[in-house]
Write a new protein. Sequence first.
Length: 81
Amino acid sequence: MATMTIRISDGKHERLRRLAECQGVSLNKLVDEWASMALAQFDAETRFATRAARGAANRGSALLDKLDRMAGKPRNRSKTR
């Protein structure tokens, strides 16, 4: 396990500490959860870019359709292309 030190203002640190407290987690856990979400988004974007670079437009459109459905926005991109 690694340790990371960041520099933020005292005010921001206090607000983040209170946010973590309101959510019932430690400040460390709060930041770890944010990092996990950011990495998951980055991984999804990377997978999509890789598929797009290989020219798999149908698979990319299907993935976007799936993401839209998960976000509650039903739309079929594959029919519009």
